[in-house]
Ligand binder design. Structure first.
Ligand code: HEM
Length: 477
């Protein structure tokens, strides 16, 4: 197909430019031939110059190898929809670190855990909202949202439910409440994740979507009088993140200056980064659990032992749920939410794995999906085995210090919402599994295939039917 396209392109060019070589008089032939040769020489020099520039390494360290692709577009036309798999296959050909030219953009892909530690990445951290004390203070808010969802699921018992959709709404409300103090009405929000998913595909539409919500909220907050602010503070017990940013923006003497656009951009990162990732991870965990009845039995036994069947889950129970913790870690290993993390840009040349990463505008991809399935590191890497994270291995955490396991990234660019994500995924999963039994709709086969995207989702949404698990109706009120 590509060859056909080139063929057509060449013949179209030839048709347009026949006047060039069909010289009208022998007098024109020499200058035209000279001009043609000069242009060809220039093109060859330009191509060699850009190639040489990108091939210059530091000292004895060459730049990584990689496929050359076509002139100008380079490797762009060969990109596949399943980038994480294609990147893994290329690693078999060029080694654990290689380069790709996508048009004029140079990308470097790292596929091996041993390389990641050499280049830690930058991060932006939402310190105030994610600190231990702040998360402790906002526990009631999370509890309210989780209980609201449990009530909602209970009211629809026996009917099929989209697991990612209910998680998405709960997580969206938790984040919105923490960040700017408002929520979506769960009863009116049916289909919002699908809308958001669609919107998330196009960054411009997403910006408009969040801008619309934020504009009215920022407007209301900036118009609040001192008395109204003090009243709101008294009700909530603390300022939300947006109030904090707006207050900092107004205090010019602090040396910190934000524009409204910067505040909005940060809030968009938080909403996008926090909702779909958590929803997708809960969906993958539930899919693996429903696919393995033995595992479902073990998790629910642990929940009954630790929490008791006359009680609801509280965050204080979470540190005692060792099997559930191992199960979630295994889910993050096999289905990392961001299989290539967020591409990083280099600001100066550096050496990784014996190769020079050229400085300007190089995008670096870390293929975490491949690292988490590396047979040299993981025993039976394609099997879902929570028990690999029990015992000594339970100490493996999400902080990015273990370079074989990076579900939240590492270094300065590690996930800014990690402390909240860790709590919410576990708390929500524990609540769904403790309050309900789950089964697939009659005749439906559970599909575990994935589809590549910034967030790697299940190809088909997980739909499951809940039935009441706890005997007392009061536990659902
Ligand atoms: C299970 C849930 C989550 C997963 C698996 C996840 C994973 C990640 C990963 C892998 C990155 C990129 C790190 C890198 O490139 O090195 C990231 C970035 C980010 N995450 Fe999360 N995340 C989750 C939940 C959250 C939550 C709840 C929030 C906010 C409340 C959040 C906010 C962010 C932000 C703002 C960034 C960008 C950080 C930066 O560019 O410096 N995430 N996340």
């Amino acid at each position: 197909m590509l060859l056909g396209l080139l063929d057509r392109l060449l013949s179209a060019l030839c048709d347009q430019w026949t006047w060039w070589w069909e010289a009208s008089s022998t007098k024109d032939e020499l200058p035209r031939a000279l001009l043609t040769v000069s242009i060809l020489i220039l093109v060859v020099f330009w191509y060699r110059w850009t190639f040489m520039k990108s091939s210059k390494g530091i000292g004895s360290h060459p730049v990584p190898p990689g496929p050359r692709g076509l002139p100008i577009v380079r490797y762009l036309p060969f990109l596949d929809t399943n980038l994480h798999e294609q990147f893994t296959e290329l690693a078999h050909q060029y080694g654990p670190i290689y380069k790709l030219w996508l048009g004029q953009k140079l990308c470097v892909v790292m596929n091996s855990p041993s390389l990641a530690k050499e280049r830690t990445m930058r991060k932006v951290f939402v310190r105030d909202t994610m600190s231990n004390s702040s998360l402790e203070a906002s526990y009631n808010l999370r509890k309210d949202e989780v209980l609201k969802t449990i009530r909602e699921v209970h009211s629809k018992i026996g009917t099929p439910m989209d697991i990612a959709e209910i998680t998405f709404l709960t997580q969206m409300n938790v984040i919105m409440n923490m960040v700017w103090g408002s929520t979506i009405d769960i009863h009116k929000a049916h289909g919002v994740r699908t809308e958001f998913r669609g919107v998330a595909r196009e960054m411009e539409r997403l910006r408009i979507w969040v801008d619309r919500i934020l504009d009215s909220i920022i407007d209301a907050q900036t118009k609040m009088s001192m008395v109204e602010r003090a009243e709101a503070f008294k009700i909530k017990g603390k300022e939300d993140f947006l109030q904090l940013l707006l207050a900092l923006k107004e205090q010019e003497d602090t040396g910190i200056s934000f524009t409204l656009e910067q505040i909005k951009a940060l809030l968009i990162d938080i909403v996008v980064g926090g909702t779909d990732t958590s929803a997708t991870m809960v969906e993958w965990a539930m899919a693996e659990i429903m696919h393995n009845p033995e595992i479902m039995k073990k998790v629910q036994e642990e929940l009954s032992d630790v929490i008791g069947t006359n009680n609801i889950v509280e965050e204080s129970h979470l540190p005692k749920l060792h099997y559930l913790d191992a199960l979630i870690k295994e889910t993050f290993r096999l289905h990392p939410a961001l299989p290539l993390l967020v591409p990083k840009r280099t600001d100066r040349p550096c050496v990784v794995g014996g190769y020079t990463i050229p400085p300007k505008n190089t995008r670096v991809f870390l293929n975490v999906w491949a690292m988490h399935r590396d047979p040299e590191v993981w025993d039976s890497p394609l099997e879902f085995k929570p028990k690999r994270f029990l015992g000594e291995a339970s100490k493996c955490d999400y902080n990015g210090n273990n370079f074989q396991y990076l579900p939240f990234g590492s270094g300065r660019r590690i996930c800014a919402g990690l402390p909240l994500a860790e709590k919410m995924v576990m708390y929500f999963l524990a609540s769904l599994l403790h309050s309900f039994n789950w089964r697939s709709p009659e005749g439906e086969e559970l599909d575990l295939s994935e589809t590549f995207g910034i967030v790697m989702k299940k190809k088909t949404p997980l739909v499951a039917i809940p039935t009441q698990r706890l005997s007392s109706l009061e536990l659902y009120a």
